[in-house]
Design a protein. Sequence first.
Length: 157
Amino acid sequence: MSQLIQNEDIQRMPSFVSYAFALWAPRLHNHYVENNAKLRARCPDLRRLFPNSVFSCAAFNFGVNVWSFKHRDMVVEFPAGALILVPSAAIAHSNIPVQDGDERVSFTQFTAGDKKVAEDGPEEYVRLLEFRQGRWERGLQLFSTVEEMFCTTHIKT
């Protein structure tokens, strides 16, 4: 896996994804940058998979018939090799099985939320439950307007 992650061509994908994310959702991208900085300050030994990626995690699936169960109801067809940015917590998404004789592999980047909450103690758990109450509304405020998509002066790296 280390050899795969260090491959120059593989490294280009997460870099491209992060810059596309910054272009199309600059406030949300900046939110990720700020949270990553806080996480790295708290856990300096945490290794980054891809130096130019704003996402903390990645998953490779090399099966010849990659698909997933629906996990949030939306069907959009994308051509092979397409880059898609999906706010997966807000939109149901899945892959359907491919036709006989076809093959599909996938590479997914993501940042998991609320990891190890139980280990932070009961007070922190209650605080996070209260924080979640308006989380979706705060999340909507991070989505971009058309004007923001055409202005790059506020993108952080």
